[in-house]
Every structure is written in structure tokens, then in C-alpha cells.
Design a protein around this ligand. Structure first.
Ligand SMILES: C[S@@+](CC[C@H](N)C(=O)[O-])C[C@H]1O[C@@H](n2cnc3c(N)ncnc32)[C@H](O)[C@@H]1O
Length: 243
């Protein structure tokens, strides 16, 4: 079986454009889906080359769905490859899309890359990715490019939006006042958030509050959790240690 890199490097079909390092990262997360009856959704079709690449990669059993604002992309439909025309920054279009397509195993946002497009798409389509699926967004460098609405630490960028996922993942550990501010669908549905240059991958999985366990018995006589504050073992840490 050809690797994605081999498929990409030898591609001679319709025009295809990817940053080179993306290929290995895709392979790392997507390879387990090869040869299976999965639903793969790519936003952003351009000249149709990536739809051809994904077909070769995932195989005939995959349902490949493409979305693009350009009506000309409709011509890339073929057996088991469906194309929807509409804008990813239009919430009504995205809601209608959700009603038309099954939940997806993988969603890859390679569309227009503006802040509004990436954030609207995430807000509406994240819950349309299956429980164990993957949500990926690429070309995150536009969060640093003025022409796309970007700018370093600018609050409205997708990068700043996605940095909040880190708090959401840790909501289980926040105090009672802060918890409601950060406990959301990411907390209960995301196992991991992975960043690469210009890419973020969210691995979905049903999550429950993490548990901490001890194994073995022998212990040091003097054991301090925090050497600076050896007398201040709080109630929370006592409970955590089972003391
Ligand atoms: C980077 S290209 C996609 C490249 C393609 N996935 C590939 O790998 O060859 C971006 C595509 O997003 C589309 N696009 C731009 N704005 C959009 C929007 N608001 N909604 C949906 N698609 C959009 C463009 O028409 C263009 O085809």
C-alpha cells in the first residue's frame, strides 16, 4: 500500500496544493481509517486535486465529501464523492449541510482560511464529527496575516480561539468558580489537541473526570509534594493522595 507521501509525490491528476510537511502529519492521524467505510469531509476543494488524493489514500469504501464556495467545484462529484456548494462562513449553509450528511470521521478545514470562516465552521461542525473522530484545521498561519484578519495575539483569530481549548481540556481541575467558565464540549469530547506548524488536530473521545491512582507500597519517610511549602498540603492534595 502506498504511503500518503508516495501518493502525493506521484500525483499527476488535478492540481493539488499542500504545504509539504502536512503530508506526514495527515498520515499520522488518518492512516487508521484507510480501507474503511469512513466519511471524510474536506472544506476547500480548489481544483479537485486533493479529492483525488484522498480517494487514492482512503480507498473505494470511503465517502468523500467536499465543500466549496465555487460552484465550478460541483464537477468533481463522482461515485462516493459528493460536493456541496456554499460558504463555510454561512451558519445557515452549515446547518443545512449537517442535515444532509452523516456524521463524519474526519473533518479537514482547508477552505478560505479567514478567522470568521475557521471559527464559524468549528462552532457549527465540531459536533458533527463522530465521537472518536478527528477535527483538523490547517493553514493556521493566516492567524498571523493581516489580510485574513490575523495579527499576533489578536483576540479574534482562530489561533487565540483555539488556545482556549487548553483551558477547556483542564476544566476538570479548575476550582468551582472557574469551572463553569471553561467546562464545555471540548472538556467532555476531546482527548487531545495537537499543534504543528499551521495545523491543529483535535482527537475526539468521550471524556470523564480523570482519575489518579497509586500502585506499590514502599514509601519514603519524608516526602514533600512541594519542597518550598512542605507544611501546606491542602485539602485538595490530601484528597488526591487519599490521606
Ligand atoms: C486552499 S484551497 C483548497 C485546496 C485543496 N484542498 C487542495 O488541497 O488542493 C481553498 C479553497 O477554499 C475555497 N473557499 C474560499 N472561501 C470559502 C468559503 N467561504 N466557503 C467554502 N469554501 C471557500 C476556495 O474556493 C478554494 O477552492
Amino acid at each position: 500500500m502506498q504511503s500518503l507521501k508516495e501518493i502525493y509525490e506521484s500525483h499527476e491528476g488535478r492540481l493539488l496544493n499542500k504545504w509539504t510537511h502536512y503530508i506526514d502529519v495527515y498520515d499520522q492521524y488518518f492512516s487508521k481509517y484507510r480501507g474503511q467505510e469512513i466519511v471524510f469531509l474536506e472544506i476547500g476543494i480548489a481544483h479537485g486535486g486533493s479529492l483525488q488524493m484522498w480517494r487514492k489514500y482512503f480507498g473505494e469504501k470511503a465517502t468523500i465529501i467536499g465543500v466549496d464556495v465555487n460552484p465550478e467545484c460541483k464537477q468533481f462529484e463522482e461515485e462516493n464523492t459528493i460536493v456541496y456548494i456554499g460558504s463555510q462562513e454561512d451558519p445557515i449553509f452549515l446547518e443545512q449541510l449537517k442535515n444532509k450528511i452523516p456524521k463524519v470521521d474526519i473533518l479537514l478545514d482547508d477552505g478560505g482560511h479567514t478567522m470568521k470562516q475557521q471559527i464559524t465552521t468549528f462552532n457549527i461542525l465540531f459536533d458533527h464529527v463522530k465521537e472518536e473522530g478527528i477535527y483538523a484545521c490547517e493553514d493556521l498561519h493566516t492567524s498571523y496575516w493581516k489580510e485574513y484578519g490575523g495579527g499576533l495575539r489578536k483576540k479574534s483569530t482562530f489561533i487565540e480561539f483555539s488556545k482556549k481549548f487548553i483551558d477547556n481540556l483542564h476544566a476538570w481541575h479548575a476550582n468551582e468558580i472557574d469551572k463553569p467558565k471553561i467546562h464545555n464540549q471540548i472538556t467532555t469530547n476531546v482527548f487531545a489537541v495537537h499543534y504543528y506548524d499551521s495545523m491543529v488536530f483535535l482527537e475526539k473521545k468521550k471524556m470523564v473526570a480523570p482519575s489518579n491512582t497509586f500502585k506499590g507500597e514502599a514509601q519514603l519517610k519524608n516526602h514533600f509534594l512541594n519542597y518550598g511549602q512542605k507544611k501546606k498540603i491542602t485539602k485538595r492534595i490530601r484528597a488526591w493522595l487519599g490521606l
